[in-house]
Design a protein around this ligand. Structure first.
Ligand SMILES: CCCCCCCC(=O)SCCNC(=O)CCNC(=O)[C@H](O)C(C)(C)COP(=O)(O)OP(=O)(O)OC[C@H]1O[C@@H](n2cnc3c(N)ncnc32)[C@H](O)[C@@H]1OP(=O)(O)O
Length: 190
C-alpha cells in the first residue's frame, strides 16, 4: 500500500525518531526515566499483537519517504534523482553522536549503503546487494547541521555496479566519501 494510506504509521516512525533523539540527549531524574521506560513498555504491549512477517511490514517499504519509514539510518532527503546519480540532504541527529560533536563512525556506512544501494537498484536495473563498501573519513561529520549528499555510478561491469558518494559539511568540504560494489543478483538468489 502507498504511504498515503498509512499516514498514522508514518507519523509513528517520525515520533520514534524524535524519541530516539530526545532520549539520547536527556539526563532525566530517576522518576522521569522510570516513567519514560513505562511509557515505552506500554508502546511495546500495544503493538506486539500486530507483528507481521517481513513482506507485510511497513517499515523500510515506503521508498517515497525520507528514510523509507524506518528509524535505523538517518533519513536521506532526495532533491534530485536520475538513473545514474542522486543528490540530497541528511542530518545526523544526536542519536548518531559518536563523540565530541562527530557522527558515529558506523553511522556513515549506514547512510552510504542506503544512498548508494538505492541508486544501484534504480533505472530499471535488477536488484543487487552490497558486496563491499569502502568509506574514507576525511574530517569529522558534524552532528546537527544539514549536510549535502551526492552519489553516482562510477562504472558497470556485467553484474558489478561500482558507485561512489560524498557527504559535505555546510562549508562545502567533504567529510567522508565512499565507494561501493553492488552485485546484481542471479534469479532466485536471496
Ligand atoms: C532502497 C534502499 C536500498 C538499501 C540497499 C541496501 C543494500 C544492502 O545492504 S544488501 C545487504 C548487505 N549485503 C549482503 O548481505 C550481501 C551478502 N553477499 C552476497 O549475497 C554475495 O556475496 C553477493 C551477491 C554480493 C555476490 O555473490 P555472487 O552473486 O555469488 O557473486 P560472485 O559470482 O561471487 O561474484 C560476482 C563478481 O563480483 C565480484 N565480487 C563479489 N564480491 C566481491 C567483493 N566483496 N569484493 C570484490 N569483488 C567481489 C566477484 O569477484 C565477481 O567478479 P567477476 O565477475 O569479475 O569474476
Amino acid at each position: 500500500m502507498p504511504p498515503a494510506e498509512h499516514p498514522e504509521f508514518v507519523g509513528l516512525i517520525e515520533a520514534l525518531r524524535a524519541a530516539q533523539e530526545t532520549i539520547t540527549g536527556a539526563r532525566p531524574p530517576e522518576d522521569v526515566a522510570r516513567k519514560a521506560r513505562e511509557n515505552l513498555e506500554e508502546i511495546t504491549r500495544l503493538l506486539s499483537p500486530f507483528t507481521v512477517g517481513e513482506s507485510e511490514q511497513l517499515t523500510g517499504q515506503m521508498r517515497g519517504l525520507p528514510g523509507r519509514a524506518q528509524a535505523l539510518a538517518p533519513a536521506f532527503h532526495v532533491d534530485v534523482e536520475g538513473n545514474d546519480r542522486v543528490s540530497g540532504r541528511v542530518v545526523f541527529g544526536r542519536f548518531y553522536l559518536g563523540g565530541n560533536g562527530a557522527a558515529h563512525g558506523g553511522s556513515l556506512p549506514l547512510l552510504f549503503d542506503e544512498v548508494l544501494g538505492r541508486l544501484a537498484n534504480t533505472g530499471g536495473r535488477s536488484p543487487s546487494r552490497t558486496a563491499y563498501l569502502h568509506v574514507n573519513y576525511r574530517k569529522i561529520t558534524p552532528v546537527g547541521p544539514e549536510l549535502r549528499v551526492e552519489a553516482h555510478f562510477d562504472r558497470e561491469e556485467g553484474r558489478k555496479r561500482y558507485l561512489v558518494g560524498t557527504i559535505r559539511d555546510p562549508e562545502g568540504e567533504i567529510t567522508a566519501d565512499a565507494e561501493g560494489l553492488f552485485v546484481a543478483l542471479r534469479p532466485g538468489q536471496p
